[in-house]
Design a protein around this ligand. Structure first.
Ligand SMILES: Cc1cc2nc3c(=O)[nH]c(=O)nc-3n(C[C@H](O)[C@H](O)[C@H](O)COP(=O)(O)OP(=O)(O)OC[C@H]3O[C@@H](n4cnc5c(N)ncnc54)[C@H](O)[C@@H]3O)c2cc1C
Ligand code: FES
Length: 334
């Protein structure tokens, strides 16, 4: 067991506790989101360079030089001093320019902000300076003059329910980032396999736009999965892109029928097939040697699909994943 010194207090870390856990247990209001080293909302500072090095993964060189670290990842082995930092130095103001529904459950958020990013990266969005959540970018840095994010509405969800009911055009939102390495890196000749479940389509849409903009030469296979047909969105947009480009194949797979057989976003009823996305991919892509694979969406989907693609021959280094982990364990796909 070791101690941390924080705001004139000495606190003892319990076995296996991170710096963040200890501060929260002691009643301090420390901003946090993913608690998995992904959102950077829990960033703090310490002079104990060696003790915080393991908690600096994903930080920029500038952040490391300033001795910043992620308190949710930090398990010091000897006593360290810990300080808050001004989060505003890590955040950018973004103006809401559109907040609308793409289907029954997917909210499209468009923001105006000056940041440099790669298509497929994600941002941390803040609610009231306290709640931080990560969302992946569907927009493209040169094709679009706004940031676009697709947020699945979750009843009672701290961020998504607030976004749907309270956020209005003209509001200013704090954002952090961009983060993440699930990006197209110009593998022009390689066949691409783009796999999305639910709002995993958001980064996949960005990556697809980037591959086309960079004149990708190889085939591009897109497979989009959802729980039911109503959950698909951007169908017409994707169909249009596929129709304009012979090297793109587009497949929609849904898990279960719903009572009505209507599709809210479009009139075309044949675009999707009922089935198991894992089984479909296993049969359709039984040799992924030489492929570049992108897998985006719910954590369970990403984990299972990554393993499957590896077993089907894809090189682990050629598989990029944007896994929508959430702090709470209970979650669904689609
Ligand atoms: C790198 C990264 C990128 C992400 N990108 C996106 C994105 O582009 N679009 C997007 O919609 N989400 C994305 N997420 C997930 C997002 O950050 C939030 O976890 C999610 O929106 C839930 O936040 P909330 O505050 O609305 O719900 P919370 O208040 O956090 O959760 C409320 C309840 O809903 C459950 N829950 C959490 N997630 C889901 C889910 N997906 N389905 C059903 N129940 C759930 C929780 O277990 C909890 O019980 C991403 C996550 C990460 C880490
Ligand atoms: S990185 Fe620490 S809470 Fe997200």
């Amino acid at each position: 067991m070791t101690d941390i010194a924080f705001e004139d207090k000495h606190l003892t870390l319990e076995e296996g506790e991170t710096v963040l856990d200890t501060l929260l247990r002691a009643g301090y209001d420390i901003p946090n989101g993913c608690r998995a080293g992904i959102c950077q909302s829990c960033i703090m500072k310490s002079d104990a360079s060696e003790e915080i090095a393991h908690a600096q993964v994903g930080l920029s060189d500038a952040q490391k030089t300033l001795k910043y670290f992620l308190s949710c990842r930090c398990l010091p082995s000897s006593k360290i001093n810990v300080q808050r930092i001004s989060l505003s130095s890590q955040q950018t103001n973004a103006e809401v320019i559109d907040v609308s529904m793409l289907n029954e459950t997917v909210i499209r958020l468009r923001l105006k902000a000056s940041i440099d990013y790669h298509a497929g990266q994600y941002l941390t969005l803040w609610k009231d300076g306290r709640i931080a959540r990560c969302y992946s970018l569907a927009s493209h840095p040169t094709l679009n003059d706004y940031l676009e994010l697709h947020v699945k509405y979750i009843k009672g969800g701290e961020f998504s329910a607030w976004l749907r009911s309270d956020v209005r055009v003209g509001d200013i939102m704090k954002i952090q980032g961009p983060f993440g390495k699930c990006i197209y890196a110009g593998e022009k000749e390689q066949p691409l396999l783009l796999l999305a479940i639910g709002t995993g389509l958001s980064p996949i849409f960005g990556i697809l736009q980037d591959a086309i903009a960079k004149k990708h030469q190889g085939k591009i296979h897109i497979v989009v999965g959802a729980r039911s047909k109503e959950n698909f969105y951007l169908v017409e947009e994707l169909q249009k892109i596929a129709a304009q480009n012979k090297s793109i194949s587009l497949t929609y797979i849904y898990q279960e029928e719903t009572n009505t057989d209507t599709i809210t976003a479009q009139n075309n009823t044949d675009f999707a097939s009922k089935g198991d996305i894992y089984q479909y991919c296993k049969e359709r892509f039984d040799n992924l040697k030489g492929y570049r694979v992108f897998i985006c969406g719910a954590e369970s989907f990403c984990k299972k699909m990554r393993k499957q693609c590896f077993l089907e021959g894809a090189d682990m280094n050629a598989i990029s994943v944007d896994s929508f982990i959430s702090f709470t364990e209970e979650k669904t796909e689609g």
